[in-house]
Design a protein around this ligand. Structure first.
Ligand SMILES: Nc1ncnc2c1ncn2[C@@H]1O[C@H](COP(=O)(O)OP(=O)(O)OP(=O)(O)O)[C@@H](O)[C@H]1O
Ligand SMILES: [Mg+2]
Length: 582
């Protein structure tokens, strides 16, 4: 038998130009990939300001100019060779690499599928312009220019028509380029950015911004103002960034941005893990905005697993997901108690009881003593009075500033915002009444009358069913006046008329709009307006009852606005502050 000798079967090394085009297929998918690669190079080159221009969505032109270190003539030519990189010299350095680039692939790949020119100058001031056409180097000429680099990429995919056909509309390619700039702008708040599309300035962020300022510049003030900081560490990982307050999450228009050690990447499972941190605090369809940077040891993440470096691989994937979920939950739920005292950041344990039955039992025991903690035990009956409730065996509790409830748990000092706590309790109770049972209304001997405006009357009309269910019996009283014949009675100091008036005004003005579901919106409104207020003095019995009911709820430890309900000062933190521990 003879081996085939046709040239078609002979192995040959592909010419560079073809190899570059094949690499380009993976690195350069669309104009936005060019924007991404070039801007990354500019940031790697230490640029303080990066200007990005695109025309027709980048299909006819992508130009990126920077004021980075630039290149001398020899480097500028070499940069266009495959595997020419100044960022990496051995495979070992790939672990923990701090630059965006490391393959030396982007420039030759882009240049092989476009009309490409690179003009650059290093600190020696001898500028050079290199022109490449479809991978063929055409000219290397001196130019006069300041230190920095400008890369122009024209008619992308002109020599690979099959790929050019896949490009989308100008608007959609422009949007993708814009997004690529925003992502990198968020990764580097210190670097200034401009984005121009068809000569119109679409984005501008000055150099030297803080992360909070950069978020405002990129995501807009309205969205940024709904974010709360995330700062959490566990199991060798750290998560920092921002998560949206639950009440502000919407079903559409959210933004998510993940980083690992400052490097942007995509990972829907991790976003999902972060969403689990919200538990039931958001309606099922709502999608909160998230900006999260996961900090891991360099060896715990591989950034070289995706051709365009859009994805990464974690060694301990499950661990990362858990930390991200916990980080979000903590940010929303608890603590930062030490912040006003000026401590940088510390992590407290999860709120004492949460929803776990064991936790609740021990808390009940703490608050009410043995008797109440027995299975099936209920709150000591009201005629027993506060002394019986505590019975000398329960944990001391106190109210401070007529606003916060304070007690010591096994883990530390626990402070509860009474309004926020009551709001949560009422929210759950009202949701139950709205979906099943019905509240017991209290009939008024003398109906209360209220004058309302048209919007408020409309709000009553459109919420009549739910108002009725929770115990408000409202009847027209002529003109713009309504009468309340019956009202709910959630607690002894409840001011029905005030609550009703405020609630109707909230509903008319669309407050709590973040709750997608009408019933949840209504429950949140009522809970907020019916709860005891900051400044209401509570009896010890009321305090204990409120705490007990709070820890029987299943919502996460924050109120309907996403503010903290519980703040804990862990014992370790106390010990540190008093110098009892290093
Ligand atoms: N804007 C720039 N300013 C200064 N030097 C640059 C710039 N762009 C590219 N270079 C130089 O050219 C080299 C090649 O760039 P290229 O993007 O092809 O590869 P890389 O960034 O090293 O790796 P990767 O392919 O992962 O992006 C870089 O290593 C860098 O030395
Ligand atoms: Mg690069």
């Amino acid at each position: 038998m003879t081996l085939p000798t046709t040239s078609a079967r002979r192995i040959a090394i592909l010419p560079d130009a073809v190899a570059d085009q094949i690499a380009a297929g993976e690195v350069v998918e669309r104009p936005a990939s060019v924007v991404k690669e070039l801007v990354e190079n500019s940031i790697d080159a230490g640029a303080r300001h990066v200007r990005v221009e695109v025309e027709t969505g980048g299909k006819t032109l992508v130009r990126v100019s920077d004021d980075g270190v630039g290149m001398g003539r020899d480097d500028a030519v070499l940069a266009l060779d495959r595997h020419a990189t100044s960022k990496l010299t051995s495979a070992a350095e790939l672990v923990g690499i701090a630059t965006f680039g490391f393959r030396g692939e982007a420039l030759p790949a882009i240049a092989s599928v476009s009309r490409f020119s690179l003009s650059t100058s290093d600190q020696n001031g001898a500028g050079v312009e290199v022109t490449v056409n479809g991978g063929r180097m055409e000219r290397v000429e001196p130019v006069a220019r300041q230190q920095g680099t400008t890369v122009s990429v024209r008619t992308l995919f002109f020599n690979t028509p099959a790929r050019r056909k896949f490009l989308r509309s100008t608007a959609s390619e422009t949007r993708a380029c814009h997004e690529a700039v925003l992502t990198l702008a968020l990764a580097h708040p210190g670097v200034g950015f401009e984005f121009h599309a068809d000569q119109v300035n679409r984005f501008h962020a000055p150099a030297g911004q803080s992360l909070a300022e950069r978020l405002r510049s990129t995501w807009g003030r309205d969205l940024s103002d709904t974010l709360v900081p995330v700062e959490f560490a566990a199991g060798g990982f750290r998560v920092q960034g921002f998560a949206q307050r639950p009440a502000d999450a919407r079903p559409t228009g959210r933004r998510t941005q993940l980083f690992v050690n400052g490097r942007p990447f995509r990972d829907n499972f991790l976003v999902r893990a972060a969403e689990s941190g919200y538990r039931s605090a958001i309606a099922p369809g709502d999608r909160p905005s998230l900006y999260l940077d996961v900090l891991v040891q360099p060896g715990d993440v591989d950034v070289n697993v995706h051709p365009a470096k859009l994805e990464v691989r974690f060694r301990d994937r499950i661990g990362i997901e858990r930390v991200v979920e916990d980080a979000v939950r903590h940010a929303l739920g608890s603590l930062v108690a030490a912040a006003p005292l000026g401590t940088p950041s510390w992590q407290a344990p999860a709120p004492a009881a949460g929803a776990s039955p064991a936790g609740t039992a021990s808390l009940v025991h703490d608050l009410f003593g043995e008797r109440a903690a027995a299975p099936g035990a209920s709150l000591p009956s009201s005629d027993a009075g506060p002394a019986a409730a505590a019975a000398g065996q329960g944990m001391p509790v106190m109210q401070v500033f007529d606003t916060y409830l304070v007690y010591a748990s096994e883990d530390g000092l626990v402070m509860v915002d009474q309004h926020s706590a009551h709001e949560r309790v009422l929210y759950e109770q009202v949701m139950k009444e709205l979906t099943g049972g019905r509240a017991t209304a209290q009939h008024l001997l003398v109906p209360v009358t209220l004058d309302l405006n048209d919007e408020e009357l409309d709000a009553i009309e459109s919420h009549r069913d739910v108002l009725d269910r929770i115990g408000f019996e409202v009847v027209p009283f002529g003109g713009r006046t309504v009468a309340l014949n019956a009202v709910p009675n959630p607690h002894p100091r409840f001011d029905a008329a005030r609550c009703f008036r405020e609630m109707v005004s909230d509903l008319a003005r669309g407050r709590f709009g973040g709750w997608a579901n009408r019933m949840e919106r209504f429950a949140a409104t009522y809970a907020c307006r019916a709860a005891v207020m900051a400044g209401d003095r509570l009896s010890e019995r009321e305090i204990r009852e409120l705490l007990l009911r709070l820890f029987a709820t299943t919502l996460p430890p924050h109120d309907v606005h996403g503010r903290s309900t519980i703040v804990q000062l862990p014992v370790e933190e106390l010990e540190r502050r008093f110098g009892r521990r290093g």
